[in-house]
Design a protein around this ligand. Sequence first.
Ligand code: FEO
Length: 399
Amino acid sequence: MAIRELKPDIHAIGAIDWDRRLFDELIPLPDGTTYNAYLIRGSEKTALIDTVDPTKEHELFDNIKKLRVEKIDYVIPNHAEQDHSGTIPKILEQYPDAKAVTNSKCKSMLIDHLLIPEKRFAEVNDRDTISLGNRTLEFIIAPWVHWPETMLTYLREDKILFPCDLFGSHLARSDLYAVDEAKVYESAKRYYAEIMMPFRNNIKKHMEKLKQYDIEMIAPSHGPIHNKPEFILNAYAEWISDDVKNEVVIPYVSMHGSTDKMVGYFVDALMRRNIATKPFNLTKTDIGELAMSLVDTATIVIATPTVLVGPHPAAVYATYLANALRPKTKFASVIGSYGWGGKMLETITGMLGNLKVELLSPVIVKGHPKKQDFASLEKLAEEILAKHKEIGIIQPEGG
Ligand code: FEO
């Protein structure tokens, strides 16, 4: 990646990974990603904030060379995950006097994961600072975004927050800043859904703490930089709030068409009631899009046939993910079909333990759905309408 200047002597020197299509062997990356690293030169000392994924270390070193960096005094790991920390051992090797400055938890994780010797660390606590001469770095300990050791670094004089993963997006772009706000909003929401959503309550606390800081720029370690921080702060405020939308998300799979017919009918029944709905065919869907849809939906309805006495494995996978991502969803139900018996319903509902949802009437059908089954789907749609009214996301008629 070309070196870009944020301010005099503050440069983005990381890498763009245009072609990466999977993260953690799990998360689809339709738009690639970036590993942002920032070099800050003070009048006396030089600091490097985060590094890059080891697959891109040559790009980081090329940039360091181009900037003729003779000395790095501090490398600051805000987070121990290898897409940011993986090149720290090489940096420490290249700069034998450099110290890795981080909190005790991150230090211990970097010793475990990257075998960095303990003597190469300088440990910091919440609100500690280090001086670069004319510039000061302040460390804000912010655990669980999304690992237990995460911290944020604030550059006081320039009012720049370096939050690593937080406020980031998997978005490879040549733009340094978030100029295409619609695209960045979508990518950041997807990123929040996949990475941050299970830690919503921790992020709430950290965002409260950040109100004490005067922030003019947010420079995350994935995706474009926010030179209008209110854009991403407002988006996060919306996502971490308890507010949900008048919407039903339906992850579904069908083997011989019965569940498919039920989903088709049910989608129409919701639409007739002005409830927004999104069916996700699990044999085709991108799980990132499903995760994104769970950020603010009021209701999730899982639809599956019965196979080998339980739910279809694709529905099990989606249910497992929904449960692990802990969205703020308020209501859930199950619809689907069976041929001769099984425990599909019990298996699905038993997998939703992390969700604080009220379970609504399931509709489970033997074989092809019949008149009375469609009537049950109407009833479920009506029940959802009533529940959405009850929590105030649909105004009562005349209201
Ligand atoms: Fe981008 Fe949690 O690493």
